[in-house]
Design a protein around this ligand. Structure first.
Ligand code: ZN
Length: 260
């Protein structure tokens, strides 16, 4: 079975700024689609802000195992309805990979429950990404560290909940550090936040960044799980029925009292 990946991009810088359009002629979503399209087991589609329902209809999400999100200047233009829909899909098992300034996107902020802000500076500084969990699936095939000659600088504190697993820490030549590879479980879904990917730099053409995106899709994909039962559940063992002899109405009343 193919892993169905939807790459979402607000696709605004690419329309407004000729330099960004030159760097990413197919859009950032197109550059990521080129990386993932080379993987035989992936079925890749893209979606952008300007499409009806931002390209994230129920039908599209029904056919998405992993959603990748890039956004920056247009977070507020994403409808609350679509953001909530994405959040609920993640809780239901869809994988979500949030890139760079997507940390302030509506779906990510909803899933984290914090403000998700950090320090930032755009000054062409070097980023050194340290791989701190080499045995994690997202780090497969990577060297001990990766250097991006120029990137936007982000700095701690990054206002997110402590990640379930932290796989990368970045250092910047201006002195800041940043938790740049954060793994979370939310409900039945997995969320990976990955810091690099500012629109003005060729980050998505770097082969190790490409490897990380492929690894992250593999990690975030839904597994073949038995869905948990939520709500009332009959005992598996023989247990005394404490409501024996009561009518349904009496049981309900008793339950209500117990809930108070
Ligand atoms: Zn940026």
């Amino acid at each position: 079975m193919k892993i169905r990946v939807t790459i979402w991009n607000e696709n605004v810088h690419e329309q407004r700024n000729p330099k960004i359009a030159e760097l990413y002629p197919k859009g950032i979503h197109g550059a990521i689609a080129d990386i993932l399209g080379d993987v035989e087991k992936y079925e890749v589609r893209t979606a952008t802000l300007d499409m009806p329902e931002h390209g994230l209809t129920d039908e599209v999400l029904d056919n998405t195992d992993v959603l990748i999100w890039w956004g920056h200047v247009a977070h507020a233009q994403v409808s609350d309805e679509v953001a909530e829909r994405v959040k609920l899909r993640v809780l239901d098992g869809m994988g979500l990979i949030v890139l760079h300034s997507g940390h302030l996107s509506k779906p990510f902020v909803k899933l984290m429950g914090t403000i998700c802000r950090s320090k930032w500076r755009e000054n062409n500084e070097k980023e050194r990404i340290w791989v701190i969990e080499p045995s994690h699936p997202i780090c497969s095939g990577l060297p001990e560290y990766i250097e991006l000659p120029q990137e936007e600088t982000y700095g701690e504190r990054f206002e997110v909940p402590a990640p379930d697993e932290l796989v990368f820490i970045s250092w910047f030549s201006g002195g800041e550090v940043f938790r740049s590879g954060c793994c979370y479980k939310r409900g039945l879904g997995k969320v990976f936040y990955f810091r690099p990917g500012h629109e003005a730099y060729p980050t998505f053409y770097n082969e190790n960044i490409a490897k990380i995106l492929v690894n992250a899709v593999n990690w975030a994909r839904p597994l073949d799980i038995t869905r948990p039962t939520l709500g009332h559940y009959e005992a598996l063992e023989k247990v005394e029925d404490i409501y024996a002899g009561m009518s349904d109405a009496e049981r309900k009343h008793e339950n209500l009292q117990n809930m108070v």
